[in-house]
Design a protein around this ligand. Structure first.
Ligand SMILES: [Fe+2]
Length: 276
C-alpha cells in the first residue's frame, strides 16, 4: 500500500535541501543555530544526535517549520487518512534501484479505461501492472521527463497504441500542456494543469477534479510528504511553486507525489518543514 510506504526524505535530506535552498554554508548554519558542525555533518549521513532544543534552533536558522522538522526527526511525521473519491485513484509503487517511484491510474468506478500519470522507471513494469489489473490507459500525462518517471513509456505505447501522450513540450508527447490548461473530455473528470518548474525546467502538476470537492494533485517531484523535490533546475522557482500550490489549492486536496506516500494540502501546510 502506498499510504504506508516510507517517506521519500528523512531529516538529513531535508536539512541538506534547506541549506541549498537558502544558499547557506554548513559552517554558517552551525554558527547561527549553535549546533556543532560535527552533528550537522553526521545528520547528512543519517546519524542523528540532536536534542529537541537543537532541532528548534536548526529550524529557526533555516526558516523551517519546527513542528514538522521535529516530527520528522522523531520518526512521527503525520499523514492524513485517504478519502474515498467519486473516481478511483490507483497508486502504483514501482521499482527504482533501492527506492521507489510512483505512477497513478485514475478511472471511474466500473470502467477499465482511464488516465495514467507517469510510467515509472523499469521499461515493462507499469504495462504489466495495468494488464494484470485489466486496465486500459486512453492517455498518459507526464509530470516531467526524468527517466524514473518516463522509463516505461516506450513499452506502454507498444502495448496501448491508441494511448495519447500529454506532457511537457518536446518530450515525446502528442500534446504539449501549459499552465492553465483544462482538459475535460476524460472519464476521470477535469484535469487542470499547473506549470511547476524548478525540479526540472519543464515540470507540470495535474489537478484531477471529480464531483464535489473531490480532487487530487498529481505532483511529480514538486512536493513530497514532509519534503520537496530536488532543485535541479531553479531553487527559486521550485520554492515559489511549492508555496503557490499549498496556498491556492483547497485544504482537502489530496497530494499524490512522485515518490513517497500520499498526503494532503492541509497536512503539508501544517507540517511540511518547508511550509512556514
Ligand atoms: Fe523522481
Amino acid at each position: 500500500m502506498i499510504e504506508s510506504m516510507p517517506l521519500e526524505d528523512e531529516l538529513g535530506d531535508v536539512l541538506e535541501k534547506a541549506l541549498k535552498l537558502r544558499s547557506l554554508p554548513e559552517e554558517q548554519l552551525a554558527a547561527r543555530s549553535e549546533v556543532s558542525l560535527r552533528k550537522i555533518k553526521d545528520a547528512f549521513d543519517y546519524r542523528y544526535d540532536f536534542t529537541p532544543d537543537e532541532l528548534i534552533r536548526l529550524a529557526k536558522a533555516l526558516s523551517l517549520n519546527e513542528v514538522g522538522l521535529s516530527a520528522l526527526a522523531g520518526g512521527q511525521y503525520p499523514l492524513p487518512t485517504v478519502p474515498v473519491f467519486s473516481f478511483v485513484l490507483r497508486p502504483y509503487s514501482l521499482s527504482l534501484g533501492t527506492g521507489k517511484v510512483n505512477a497513478y491510474f485514475v478511472h471511474h468506478p466500473g470502467k477499465k479505461e482511464g488516465i495514467l500519470f507517469d510510467t515509472g522507471y523499469q521499461p515493462a513494469e507499469i504495462t504489466n501492472c495495468l494488464k494484470k489489473d485489466e486496465l486500459c490507459p486512453t492517455a498518459v500525462f507526464l509530470t516531467h521527463a526524468d527517466s524514473d518517471h518516463i522509463g516505461g513509456l516506450p513499452a506502454l505505447q507498444k502495448a496501448f497504441p491508441e494511448m495519447q501522450v500529454w506532457g511537457p513540450r518536446g518530450e515525446k508527447t502528442d500534446k504539449a500542456v501549459q499552465e492553465g490548461d483544462e482538459i475535460s473530455d476524460f472519464a476521470s473528470g477535469q484535469i487542470r494543469v499547473f506549470d511547476t518548474c524548478g525540479h526540472a525546467e519543464r515540470h507540470f502538476s495535474y489537478l484531477v477534479q471529480g464531483k464535489g470537492n473531490h480532487s487530487v494533485l498529481i505532483a511529480g517531484d514538486l512536493i513530497f510528504a514532509g519534503s520537496l523535490g530536488g532543485a535541479f533546475h531553479c531553487r527559486h522557482r521550485l520554492w515559489e511553486n511549492f508555496d503557490r500550490i499549498l496556498r491556492v489549492l483547497p485544504a482537502q486536496t489530496l497530494i499524490a507525489p512522485g515518490h513517497g506516500p500520499l498526503t494532503s494540502v492541509a497536512n503539508e501546510r501544517k507540517f511540511n518543514p518547508f511550509s512556514v
